[in-house]
Ligand binder design. Sequence first.
Ligand code: PLP
Length: 588
Amino acid sequence: MRRCRPEEIALKSFFLGPQSENAEWLQKVINDILSDWFTWRQRIYPRDGFAISKSDQEVKDYVECRKTFEDNVKRLSKWLENEVPQFSPRYMGHMFSEISLPALLGHIVTLLHNPNNISSEASRVGVRIENEAISSLAKMAGYDPSARGHFTSGGTIANFEALIRAKTRLEKWQQSALSESKKLTLFEASHSGWQKQLSSFEKRWTNAYDFTRSLEEFFNIKYRGPVLLVSSNRHYSWDKGLSLMGLGEESLWPVELNRFGRMSLQDLEKKIERAHQEQRPILMVCSILGATERGSIDDIHFISDALEKWARRGIHIWHHVDAAYGGFLRTLAQNSDSLAPDRLKAIESLPRANSLTLDPHKLGYVPYSCGAFLTKNEIEYASIQVQAPYIDFRPENDRGPQTLEGSRPASGAAATWMAAQCMGFDADGYGQIISRTLRATTRLEELLKQTDSKIKVLPHRDANILCFCIARDGETISKSNLQTMEVFRRFSPDQNSQFIVSKTSLRWNIYREYLDHWTSEWHAKVDCEELKIIRLCMMNPFYDSREMKIDFSAEFAKQLLSLIKDQAVVEKCSQACLRLAHLKSERG
Ligand SMILES: Cc1ncc(COP(=O)(O)O)c(C=O)c1O
């Protein structure tokens, strides 16, 4: 039998395995956890006596209640057996996969104690675990371990945390310009830096409308508010965030994508200049490490260079990196051959950003819900200052006054802490697991390219998200879309299929340069606004496990080939295409 290398075998202890191979060991550990939980309760106030006696437990009503309870647990458990089998390498859909055992156990142990990390009054241990877990994430990201941050329910809230802080900083700087004798423009005032300003967030304007009027009077302009500059292929949480802050759609200035499908540096510079000319302060520039659709990695190094150039001119612009998906790619070795050297350079520049979103519940293999928000500097972390008479907030530990969320679990922090302790957020730990997924992605990519010329693999893949569409050379995009959607239907979670994929559509108004370049290579006839693609998030650590009976990549390629060769499918798509053409001609 083919065997994996010893260091790879060690990694196998971190997962249950596609066939529950580590079940016996896990069962024992979970039993031990439960025993510890029981004895902890018994030990802490031992003289209090029992509330539930043996005879209580024999009363008919009690027994019936318990029976109902057991039946419902079984029902729930059975019901969940219909859940999407994300643990299997056959699942290649969205940004989730198998979870790691250290993270799962950290989550379970902490759930049993149920701490609320709103304050150390409510969570004596949980807040300390959160401090340590945030330090591990900070170190992974390249920040000083003293960087500030907290766990959130996910990337969406972490992005909101960045928005509110960037907005507060901007307003703070504007506010201090109002009391300065030196006359700056509104744009200059909004980006003027901390050094000569009030050094904290403690004073705030109480009414946004009054504040706007003061700015308008002082700067003698009509103030339309700040703008957010973010890659056009942003996650939709950014639109939600701006709406939540009452800034509206107009204040989101999407930065165009270049021919590689990454943020265009040229367009970024152009938009900064335009904001400068129009006196629209820049709330933040947000670049993306691992974009939702294709996993693309923006040129964080060049974007940082550009913003640092502005900073030397006295214009300090907040740079946030939405690394919800790709943050853990920073565990790869600096000379790793699993990523292109220029993408490694981009990732290396992560610590140059003011703040980061990281999602341990994506490439961190941690159970939901677990996101994290980090700032490089303490001063930029503390944005909201509130008090609650019924909570004893301790400034050195407690994040309650500063987090958007109120009650927060410690389970995500503990799961991340366990993952950091047991697996390590470095090249020997997570780096190895993620390298495996990247190698598996490259292999499947090669295989798909060789399988059939109709399988068109999207170029310039940056991470472990592989995309393709089904198209013949010279064919219309609408025909290609029909075929691709048929493939999605066959490999969708609703079909209980042998493999599960996800899909998306790339719109020409967002990906123009990228799509024009690529589709012209196969002489596509562009007759619609979007290209449908199949999207494979290749996160599972077991794609290329040598001991398994199945070669997942080869099997997927084989099934895909038989589907696209299936005459019935080809016929169905051609007919749908004819109907579409007919409808179009009827409409003139
Ligand atoms: C780049 C990016 N940012 C933010 C998010 C939002 O994360 P969540 O779903 O955890 O709120 C996602 C989710 O896929 C994402 O891909």
